[in-house]
Ligand binder design. Structure first.
Ligand code: 5GP
Length: 260
């Protein structure tokens, strides 16, 4: 590993200063955490899979006009991204009741919601990322009301696209969490900014269920001690066409296009 300046270390990723101004290198770790890092394990190869899956999803979203921070994948575990000012919100979109929503509202897990629902949590690990209302976001100035409108519109568009993308490979998109950032730039001497999709989209941040069996193919396998976590992530990658079906126990050796 080169002597790059590390600027942030999160639970599953590290950010390093990028090679050009305005860029960062996002490194995907194998560390897997749940319940605000109370549960931690290192799952061999998970970072490699999430790097590839997130790259794939960001590229597809870019193709439909969603601005993202993704520039290009650098190697098995790293991607070059645009440096943004992260908006301190976790934006959750749900199609089927699960997780904290099912618990909070007493809805049976697996029940289809009347429509897709967007929720906001404050990005504060020390508080356990509490659920907040749009009112809090406006009142505390975490984002301007027009930014929140843009974020909701983009989230619903992302949800529509990803639901279709996953349906095409026999997977139900139950819910997911995304983050946004402000990309600052100067245009004709005036500073402005654009809201863009940041962070990652992977089985760490989505609930993905097999269409036929409802088998979980996401981080709930880790949270609920179901085992087979990286195998499930590899299955998602295989169905997306990122991995070749190997039939063997170590799918990582057959990842296409990796020379490193
Ligand atoms: P829940 O609120 O039900 O725990 O999570 C809803 C969705 O957001 C799930 O897909 C879950 O994986 C994702 N999510 C919620 N909080 C986090 C978080 O702190 N990190 C990640 N990676 N995903 C999260």
């Amino acid at each position: 590993m080169s002597r790059r300046k590390q600027i942030y270390e999160g639970k599953a990723k590290i950010l390093y200063e990028g090679p050009e101004p305005g860029t960062l290198v996002q490194y995907f770790k194998d560390d897997t955490t749940a319940f605000n890092a109370e549960k931690l394990e290192i799952l061999d190869g998970k970072g490699v899979l999430n790097n590839r899956i997130s790259e794939y999803v960001m590229l597809r979203l870019g193709e439909i006009g969603i601005p993202t921070h993704f520039i290009r994948r650098l190697n098995m575990r790293e991607q070059l991204i645009k440096k943004v000012e992260i908006i301190p919100l976790e934006v959750i979109c749900r199609n089927i009741a699960a997780g904290t929503m099912a618990k909070r509202l007493g809805i049976e897990e697996g029940e289809k919601l009347p429509r897709s629902i967007v929720e906001f949590c404050l990005k504060r690990d020390d508080l356990g990322d509490p659920l907040i209302a749009e009112e809090h976001i406006h009142a505390f100035g975490w984002a301007h009301p027009s930014e929140v409108d843009e974020i909701v519109a983009m989230t619903l568009r992302i949800n529509d696209y990803l639901q279709g993308m996953f349906a095409g490979i026999g997977i139900k998109l139950v819910d997911f969490k995304i983050e946004f950032g402000r990309l600052h730039s100067e245009l004709e001497g005036v500073m402005g900014h654009q809201i863009i999709l940041a962070d990652e989209i992977s089985p760490d941040s989505c609930r993905l269920w097999d269409r036929e069996t409802n088998e979980k193919m996401d981080k709930d396998r880790f949270r609920r001690d179901l085992g087979g976590v990286t195998e499930a992530y590899a299955e998602v990658a295989t169905r997306l066409g990122i991995l070749q079906p190997s039939g063997g126990p170590t799918p990582f050796s057959v990842i296409q296009g990796d020379k490193e």
